[in-house]
Design a protein around this ligand. Structure first.
Ligand SMILES: [Zn+2]
Length: 377
C-alpha cells in the first residue's frame, strides 16, 4: 500500500514534500492562511500499512512561530479517527522535528494537539441546548460569513451576574473546546449542588469558537485576513476583526463580572492564568479577587499552579488590545487568560497522553467550584 497523506478536511494542515518511503516522509508546517510567518498547527491523516514503522520529518520546525514549542514535545496520534489520542516518540534538533510511530490501523491521524472541530463545537452546544436553562443566539458573522454563536445559560428570566467565556481566539488552541465540555457538563448537571448554587446567582455567556474561520482553516493564531484576534479588542473593525467586534459590543451591553479567555501555550509545560501584571486601572479589589480565585482553584485542581507564568515585564502585556486587560479596564471584570500546555504538565506528567482532552475537561469541571467561591456569597 502506497502512502497517502490527506489534509482536505476541517482544520487539516500540513505540506507534503515527499511521501514515498515510510522511513523518510518529509513534511513542512503550513503557515496560517493569511499570515505567512505563523506556522505551528498541523493535523493530517496518513494512510499506510499497519505494522510498518513511520519516520516523519517536519523540516521547517525550527522556523515555526514558537520553535521552543518543540523542545520536549511529543506529537499527538489517533489510530481510531480521532476518538482517542495518545503521544508518540518525537525529537527535535533545533531545526527538524522527527516523529516516529508504527501504525496499528490503516489510517492514523497526527495533530499538534487533539483537534476540536466545528462539529465538536456544534455537538457540545447542541447537548447543552437540551437543557431548558440554555439558549443560543448569533452575535455576528466571521469574515467568511460563519456565525459567531453565544450560548447563554441562565436559570429563570431575571438577569444575574454575567460571566463570559471565550475560546479559540487563537484557533489552534483547541484545549479551550475541551475545557468548555467539562465546564458545561458540570454546570448543567441538575444533581450538582455547587452548579445549582452558582446558577442561582450567575448567568453564563459562552462563545465556544470566536474564530471559526481560523479553526476551519487549520490556523494557529489568526483569522481569515491574518488578524490575531487577541490584539483587536481596543480597535476591532468590521473589515479586519468582525468576530471580536460583535462579541465586544454584546459584552459591553451585558457587562461582565468575570471573563475567562481560554488559550494554549506552545512552550510552557504548565497550567496557569496569565499574571495580571500592571494593567493600568486594575483595582485592589480586582487583585484581591484574582488572588482568592487562584487559591480556590489550587485547592480544587492540582494541574493548576501559580509558580510558572509569563514574566510580568512582558512589554505588551498590559496593552488593552488583549481581551483580559481590555475587560479588566473597561468592564471592571475579574478577567483571566487561562493557559494550558500543548506538551504536558511537568508537575504531573502523563507518559501516554501528555496534557490531554480529559485533563482539559477536568479543569473546566473545577472552574465551576472556583467561580462559585468568587460569586456565591
Ligand atoms: Zn492563545
Amino acid at each position: 500500500m502506497s502512502l497517502v497523506i490527506d489534509t482536505n478536511f476541517y482544520g487539516g494542515a500540513i505540506t507534503v514534500i515527499e511521501a514515498k518511503d515510510p522511513r523518510n516522509v518529509t513534511l513542512a508546517l503550513r503557515p496560517d492562511t493569511a499570515a505567512p510567518d505563523i506556522a505551528q498547527w498541523f493535523h493530517f491523516r496518513l494512510y499506510s500499512t499497519p505494522g510498518v514503522a513511520l519516520t516523519l520529518k517536519i523540516v521547517n520546525a525550527g522556523k515555526s512561530a514558537y520553535p521552543g514549542g518543540w523542545e520536549d514535545y511529543r506529537a499527538c496520534v489517533s489510530p481510531d479517527g480521532g476518538i482517542t489520542w495518545q503521544r508518540t516518540e518525537t525529537s527535535y534538533d533545533g531545526s527538524v522535528m522527527t516523529i516516529s510511530y508504527t501504525p496499528v490501523s490503516g489510517v492514523t491521524e497526527f495533530a499538534y494537539f487533539a483537534p476540536f472541530t466545528g462539529e465538536d463545537t456544534q455537538r457540545m452546544l447542541g447537548k447543552a441546548l437540551q437543557d431548558p436553562r440554555a439558549s443560543l443566539d448569533v452575535l455576528g458573522h466571521s469574515i467568511q460569513g460563519q456565525p459567531i454563536q453565544r450560548l447563554l445559560v441562565r436559570e429563570g428570566s431575571a438577569k444575574k451576574t454575567p460571566v463570559w467565556f471565550t475560546a479559540r481566539q487563537h484557533p489552534g488552541e483547541s484545549q479551550g473546546g475541551f475545557v468548555l465540555q467539562g465546564f458545561l457538563g458540570r454546570l448543567l448537571n441538575a444533581a450538582d449542588p455547587v452548579s445549582r448554587a452558582l446558577l442561582g446567582v450567575a448567568e453564563f455567556h459562552v462563545v465556544a469558537d470566536i474564530n471559526p474561520d481560523g479553526t476551519r482553516a487549520g490556523n494557529l493564531r489568526t483569522n481569515a485576513v491574518g488578524a490575531n484576534l487577541n490584539r483587536e479588542w481596543e480597535a476591532a473593525t468590521q473589515e479586519r476583526s468582525p468576530e471580536v467586534l460583535c462579541v465586544r459590543e454584546e459584552m459591553k451591553r451585558t457587562g461582565a463580572s468575570v471573563v475567562m479567555d481560554l488559550h494554549g501555550d506552545e512552550a510552557l509545560p504548565y497550567v496557569f492564568i496569565v499574571n495580571p501584571g500592571d494593567v493600568p486601572g486594575m483595582t485592589n479589589e480586582q487583585h484581591d479577587r484574582r488572588q482568592r480565585f487562584d487559591k480556590a482553584l489550587l485547592g480544587l485542581n492540582r494541574d493548576f499552579q501559580t509558580e510558572y507564568n509569563y514574566p510580568p515585564s512582558r512589554p505588551d502585556h498590559a496593552a488593552v488590545k488583549k481581551l483580559s486587560p481590555w475587560a479588566t479596564v473597561n468592564l471592571g471584570a475579574l478577567a483571566m487568560t487561562v493557559e494550558m500546555p500543548f506538551k504536558d504538565n511537568a508537575n504531573l506528567p502523563d507518559p501516554t497522553e501528555g496534557w490531554s482532552p480529559d485533563k482539559c475537561r477536568r479543569l473546566g469541571y473545577d472552574f465551576v467550584a472556583a467561580l462559585a467561591s468568587d460569586l456565591v456569597k
